[in-house]
Design a protein around this ligand. Structure first.
Ligand code: SF4
Ligand code: SF4
Length: 299
């Protein structure tokens, strides 16, 4: 269960009798097999802790109640331009048009993000280098002005030049330093560069963290959606499909996940009147996406 809104709507469905009236708190507790205090804390005091979330999830699974929530923003694509051409990345061969996210599209993303409220930080990267956005300062200030923190993955090429901008933004920014610049030099060189950046920003609003494809003593590369076909229950295990969370591309197109370089899974646009209720959907990349081979991506 990913948000209070989702828990609330699931609870309402579970409590509703066929005639539209609601079960009492005691009846609800007995139905969910939890103490009445747990239900009361959630319904009357808005405390949706793990006990009630687990109970709702278990009941929903047992009774095959589909949990469906409005679309949530997992990440946005500030830009799909890049200043590197990594040979293991599909970005250099991308078939969709290139562009930078406008203030209007970002405003829509922020609105959707806040309404769903399921993530702790707005991720501003997808296929492209976010520091290349020509109005970087204005866009980041727009996010910070909405009271949201930022997570940005960068290849590091422009980090020196753009650091003053990042330091001026009134929110916390986690900068995830990608490994691409250091692949040829090897893992120790990457770790050294990472440490240097971490010491450099120590005590500021910026934190530099390692990339998600870094393990204790090496980095690995995933194959996006070009893996070998795997029979896996993506509707159940894929975070994007299960939670109705996806990627908003620079032009507002909503894609089912951040592995879709060419926008083949686009199902709506954030400016559409019905965008909020649109849903991520399986697409042909799901069978060959390599998420099942990386256990850490499963949940
Ligand atoms: S991996 Fe990142 S830096 Fe390399 S080409 Fe792709 S988007 Fe650009
Ligand atoms: S390609 Fe993989 S990550 Fe993307 S929606 Fe399909 S199963 Fe999920």
């Amino acid at each position: 269960m990913s948000s209070v809104a989702e828990a609330l709507s699931t609870m309402t469905r579970i409590r509703q009798r066929p005639d539209g009236t609601l079960l009492s708190l005691e009846e609800t507790a007995s139905r969910l097999n939890v103490a009445v205090e747990v239900v009361r804390a959630a319904v009357e005091r808005g405390r949706w802790g793990w006990q009630i979330q687990l109970a709702l999830l278990e009941y929903s699974r047992r009774h095959r109640i589909e949990i469906k929530e409005d679309f949530g923003v997992h990440n946005i694509e500030l830009t799909n331009y890049c200043n590197l051409k990594c040979d293991y990345c599909p970005q250099p061969r991308m078939s969709r048009p290139k562009g930078h996210m406008s203030a209007e599209t970002l405003a829509k993303c922020i609105e959707r993000y806040q309404q769903r409220g399921s993530e702790r930080r707005l991720l501003v990267h997808n296929f492209g280098e976010p520091l290349l956005h020509p109005d970087l300062e204005a866009r980041l200030n727009q996010i910070a002005g909405a009271g949201i923190n930022i997570l940005m993955s960068t290849n590091g090429v422009l980090l020196e030049k753009k650091l003053p901008i990042l330091l001026s933004i009134p929110c916390h920014i986690d900068v995830m330093l990608s490994v691409h610049l250091w692949v040829a030099q090897g893992f120790p060189a990457y770790i050294e560069a990472l440490g240097t950046w971490q010491r450099r920003v120590n005590g500021t609003n910026v934190t530099v963290v390692n990339a998600s494809n870094v393990t204790i003593n090496n980095f690995f590369f995933h194959s996006w959606t070009s893996g070998r076909p795997v029979d896996w229950d993506y509707r159940r295990h894929c975070y994007f499909l299960r939670e109705n969370i996806g990627t908003v591309l620079w032009n507002g197109d909503m894609a089912s996940c951040c592995l879709d370089c060419n926008g083949e899974s686009v199902f709506a646009n954030i400016h559409d009147p019905g965008a909020a209720s649109a849903s991520t959907r399986p697409w042909h990349g799901c069978r060959t996406c390599d998420i099942p081979s990386h256990a850490q991506y499963r949940e």
